[in-house]
Design a binder for this molecule. Structure first.
Ligand SMILES: NC(=O)c1ccc[n+]([C@@H]2O[C@H](COP(=O)([O-])OP(=O)(O)OC[C@H]3O[C@@H](n4cnc5c(N)ncnc54)[C@H](O)[C@@H]3O)[C@@H](O)[C@H]2O)c1
Ligand SMILES: N[C@H](CO)Cc1c[nH]c[nH+]1
Ligand SMILES: [Zn+2]
Length: 440
């Protein structure tokens, strides 16, 4: 069975409505998922490890259903052994990717320095940047294993200076992915626990007898993970709700259609709920990409996932011109935007909303997923309008620093007292006034 890919045309009178319907994604707020996640979190909060054990055994089908959480802890020696046993080419690829990710994120750290400045009366003001003490990183593992996501989560945490990095990753059927363990060794993760889903998010947020609570939970996951992160926000920090993967290819019709078809597949193969869309002004070229899609699909091991995702949520969209393609791209605010065109920079200049932009036909999104250096944990479902890629800044926080000199207290004390009386807050006013020198 082949893909029934949806065709849209921006000239259609109901185009906007069709596009809105295509983009609507409600899985993480699906009522059945919400109910189930609320129950799991409640259970983990009140029954701790016992609940985590039960849900893990059930949802991840762990053989022999262990009765102790110790079964899910992966010792550092096992992480190192996985790294040592890795085929040389895999190890080299992981290490090179980790190094490139580190170099990119070190640049972010340089941009995030604190500051102080001193006023003429000796008052000093500033901002201090401190890494978080303890973070939980969620590495998805239900439908595929993601060593690359280990690096993308843990390396920026390490660069930021986080002391304790607790990684959770589900192991369906109890099978541990050796590359995931090796990546954790390379990235210097403090502790790996093979649990996933809402129960892992709950354990990290509330803590259990065997897992101390973390300060923040980061990382992508399925709708259960997303719903759980949304619910525990406030008890802990979260980075964002990173849902199913998305790719938007904006193409002027000059790239090999097979390349574009495969780029669309590259995100569609993640998940039946993933979204792959192409915008192009050239109808003949769109037909060529569609022919490539039909030709290449049977060659793909994950054809079933690609077929479902592209049939349910994919589209080939004919636009008036590249300028209109940019306008629509801004409205879609995709996780990944490929600008597969001659002189891509002219179009990139017009893009305001995208998790990551890949410029030119050689910048396939897949390179960014693994090893360019920028993070692959990106805002999805149009949240690129207001949020950013996972970065060093997610693992740091700011504190204001205020040193008021005696002279400064004379000026600021009068201003503060005036405002405090205006607000009817006498203690505030008096506290400022007590520091004023008596009038000579
Ligand atoms: N944005 C990114 O950077 C990025 C990176 C990699 C993957 N992804 C996305 O992350 C997602 C990963 O999803 P996944 O499913 O493969 O792995 P996952 O680890 O997110 O989810 C697996 C867990 O879901 C829970 N679960 C499954 N069915 C359940 C049910 N019926 N009730 C309660 N809990 C249930 C189980 O606890 C299981 O351990 C995909 O959508 C993929 O596209 C995003
Ligand atoms: N494309 C995913 C983010 O949406 C990240 C990833 C990991 N491995 C392959 N791809
Ligand atoms: Zn990917």
């Amino acid at each position: 069975m082949t893909i029934q890919i949806r065709h849209l045309d921006s000239a259609q009178p109901d185009f906007k409505q069709r596009l809105d319907t295509l983009l609507a994604f409600e899985a993480s707020t699906d009522e059945a998922i919400e109910k189930s996640v609320a129950a799991i979190l409640h259970d983990v909060k009140h029954r701790g490890d016992a609940a985590v054990l039960e849900y893990t055994n059930k949802f991840d089908r762990i053989p022999a259903s262990p009765t102790s959480m110790a079964a899910f802890d992966v010792p550092q020696t096992e992480l190192q052994a996985a790294l040592d046993a890795l085929p040389a080419a895999q190890r080299a690829a992981l290490e090179t990717a980790a190094e490139r990710i580190r170099v990119f994120h070190e640049r972010q750290k340089e941009e995030l320095r604190g500051f102080t400045y001193t006023e003429p009366d000796g008052t000093l003001l500033g901002q201090k940047i401190t890494p978080l003490d303890r973070v939980g990183i969620y590495v998805p593992g239900g439908k595929a294993a993601y060593p690359s996501s280990v690096l993308m989560n843990a390396v920026p945490a390490k660069v930021a200076g986080v002391l304790d990095i607790i990684m959770v990753v589900p192991t369906p059927d109890g099978v541990k992915n050796q590359m995931v363990l090796a990546a954790a060794a390379i990235a210097g993760v403090t502790r790996v626990i093979t649990i996933g889903g809402a129960q892992a998010v709950g354990a990290l947020a509330y803590g259990t007898a065997t897992i101390a609570p973390v300060d923040k939970i980061v990382g992508p996951g399925n709708a259960y993970v997303a719903a759980a992160k949304r619910r525990v926000f406030g008890t802990v920090g979260i980075d964002m709700i990173a849902g199913p993967s998305e790719i938007l290819v904006l193409c002027d019709g000059t790239t090999d259609p097979d390349w574009v078809a495969m780029d669309l597949f590259s995100q569609a193969e993640h998940d039946e709920l993933a979204q792959a869309i192409m915008l192009c002004p050239d109808a003949d070229y769109i037909a060529k990409v569609e022919a490539s899609i039909h030709k290449l699909l049977p060659t793909m091991p994950r054809a079933d996932t690609i077929r479902t995702s592209m049939t349910d949520r994919g589209a080939l969209v004919k636009v008036r011109d590249m300028q209109e393609a940019c306008d629509i791209a801004n409205a879609i605010a995709a996780e990944h935007l490929e600008i597969s065109a001659e002189d891509p920079q002219q179009w990139a200049d017009k893009i305001r909303h995208a998790g990551a932009m890949f410029l030119g036909r050689f910048s396939s999104e897949s390179l960014g997923d693994y090893c360019c250096g920028p993070n692959h944990v990106l805002p999805t479902s149009r949240t690129a309008r207001f949020s950013s890629p996972l970065g060093v800044y997610d693992f740091q926080k700011r504190s204001s620093v205020i040193f008021v000199s005696e002279a400064g207290a004379q000026t600021l004390g009068r201003i503060a007292a005036e405002l405090a009386y205006g607000e009817g807050l006498q203690a505030h006013a008096r506290s400022a006034e007590l520091r004023l020198r008596p009038a000579a």
